[in-house]
Design a protein around this ligand. Structure first.
Ligand code: DCP
Ligand code: CA
Length: 342
């Protein structure tokens, strides 16, 4: 884990390598190759920590988080300023279209591939001929808005508008800006707002938000649209509201998520919605190794697992409310959000 480097990124001597490995990681992510995506991201994190220029395979292998294959790629970039594997993805016309289509909000590999198989080649094709869900139509209409990163100051401005509306509805509501914003990023992909209230249940918080705050924010012209959640898992049901918002006087729509969290689960939800996703994965794995289980609702103990690590018992709740207590019980030193980047 390391601290968010914010604007000091430009001083990193391995910037070119990091940029090219980042493009490869993005490529593997879109073709759903999870293991390669993770190993590229780990290598990027490791390179970002280096203060020296890494030019050879041997140097790269010596860095924890970089394996043999990745080390060869680091050397190839250093020697040739290119990466052949990356070039083959860039010149592949299907991959270019795949990338274009997967830029649409909530469109993943299966949908993008299906559209290509149906003969669609451009966003105009999709608009004119494809059978689109309401979310996909909105995603297409606001393609560039939803793809562009949101400056930190703008995330704060959106959050302040929601915070004010929440306070007007109920003075005890608490709101924390989560996701990459809480980790200190200079810009964010979307706006994640974690909303709770002391002693309140999920039902109570959802009622305040759905009945009062959200309608008010629509009336004020701040919220533009609600977006249906596509793959709502049973544990998520009713605990999220997805949509788009715009600042007064602005035509730019931003993706905004309101995350309703019962008071008893606030700490576990803070950990989950702060991320990053790789940090979450590793802290969950650590919990599992210690016969505990961590999810967005709490930390559970006395978990029994079978031969294939499948859970036999649900376990008993150890802590949900306090982020610090969860770290403590897990035996992990406290990490401020800015250090939770893996
Ligand atoms: N999250 C996770 N696993 C996922 C998706 C999300 O653990 N598959 C958690 C960790 C993320 C947080 O939810 O940090 C918010 O998800 P986002 O997709 O909004 O990611 P970030 O806020 O980290 O990045 P971005 O700036 O791109 O929005
Ligand atoms: Ca986010």
């Amino acid at each position: 884990m390391r601290k968010n480097e914010g604007t000091s990124k430009s001083k990193n001597p391995n910037l070119r390598t990091i940029e090219m490995l980042g493009k490869m990681a993005y490529y593997y992510d879109r073709i759903d190759d999870r293991w390669r995506t993770i190993s590229y991201r780990k290598a990027i994190t490791a390179l970002k920590r280096q203060t020296d220029y890494i030019a050879t395979r041997e140097q790269a292998i010596g860095i924890p988080g970089i394996g043999e294959r990745l080390a060869s790629k680091v050397e190839e970039i250093a020697c040739t300023n290119k990466l052949r594997r990356l070039e083959s993805t860039v010149t592949d016309p299907n991959d270019r279209i795949l990338l274009l289509f997967m830029g649409i909000y909530q469109v993943g590999l299966p949908t993008a591939s299906r559209w290509i198989a149906q003969g669609h080649q451009s966003l105009e094709d999709l608009k004119a001929k494809a059978d689109l869900t309401p979310n996909q139509k909105i995603g297409l209409d606001h393609y560039n808005d939803f793809l562009s990163r949101i400056p930190r100051s703008e995330v704060m401005a959106h959050a302040e508008i929601v915070r004010r509306a929440c306070s007007n509805a109920d003075a005890q509501i608490q709101l924390v800006v989560g996701g990459s914003y809480r980790r200190g990023s200079a810009d964010c992909g979307d706006i994640d707002l974690i909303i709770t209230k002391e002693s309140a249940s999920l039902e109570q918080i959802r009622t305040i938000l759905v009945d009062t705050v959200i309608p008010q924010l629509f009336q004020d012209g701040f919220l533009q649209v609600g977006l249906a959640t596509s793959r709502s898992r049973s544990t998520d049901r009713g605990s999220k509201w997805h949509g788009a918002s715009a600042l007064p006087g602005s035509q730019v729509w931003r993706r905004i998520d309101l995350l309703f969290v019962p008071w008893d689960e606030f700490g576990a939800a803070l950990i989950y919605f702060t991320g990053n996703d790789i940090f979450n994965r590793s802290i969950r794995l650590l919990a599992s190794r210690k016969k505990m289980r961590l999810n967005q609702h709490g930390l559970y103990g006395d978990i029994m697992r079978g031969e294939k690590r499948e859970r036999i018992t649900q376990g008993k709740l150890l802590e949900g409310r306090s982020e610090e207590r969860i770290f403590d019980i897990l035996g992990v030193p406290w990490r401020p959000p800015e250090h939770r980047i893996c």
